[in-house]
Write a protein that binds this ligand. Structure first.
Ligand code: GRF
Length: 187
């Protein structure tokens, strides 16, 4: 039984998908959700799901200061693995090296294409026929860590961005919780 923390910054739909899978299979524990934005909807989801949450602000302080608070939570909660799900901060290299191989992320594009905060919009604007998602380890670059898994679909160019977005999220919810659970098996 391994112990997971999920990091969010906003909506938290991937956090919820992970929470539901972990709860239904009961192999591991989703110990807590950590969020850097006070009014994020992910706090409402955490409350509904009965999962403990922590607000760790970054505004007005250095990344190292925020990461010190994060490390304290990870230590006190005895967290084995971290999964980022819409967490909009980049960790320092020092933080990442302390948790090497234990932080994973979901990105809504086929990396190395379209890293950063606008993966869906940039995928949509491209002429690429194949669009998709990437699950990867986190390093201290922007979506540059080693790829764990990619899933894709062939787009229909008549589809509006809303449809593409739905397809991307559907892939995320189908594959990210399963991948996280499999990685937790190894701790
Ligand atoms: C997802 O599309 C994820 O790939 C990206 O940010 C989005 C988060 O959505 N990193 P949500 O907060 O899980 O609803």
């Amino acid at each position: 039984m391994s112990r997971l923390a999920v990091f969010t910054s906003g909506n938290g739909s991937n956090f919820q998908a992970i929470a539901e899978r972990i709860a239904s299979n009961r192999k591991h524990t989703l110990v807590c959700m950590i969020c850097d934005r006070k009014n994020a909807f992910s706090f409402t989801r955490a409350e509904r799901l009965g999962i403990k949450s922590y607000y760790i602000p970054y505004a007005g302080r250095t990344r190292e200061e925020a990461e010190k608070d994060i490390s304290d939570v990870l230590e006190s909660e005895k967290i084995d693995m971290v999964s980022l799900a819409g967490f909009m901060r980049i960790f320092t290299c020092g933080f990442v090296s302390r948790y090497s191989g234990r932080i994973v992320n979901i990105h809504p594009a086929l990396l190395p294409k379209y890293p950063g905060a606008h993966g869906i919009a940039e995928s949509f604007a491209s002429k690429d026929r194949e669009l998709g998602i990437t699950i990867h380890y986190v390093d201290c670059g922007v979506d540059t860590g080693a790829v764990i898994l990619q899933k894709s679909f062939i787009r229909d160019f008549s589809e509006p961005i809303e449809e593409i977005e739905k397809k991307i999220h559907k892939l995320e919810y189908s594959f990210y919780p399963e991948a996280v659970e499999k990685l937790l098996d190894a701790f």
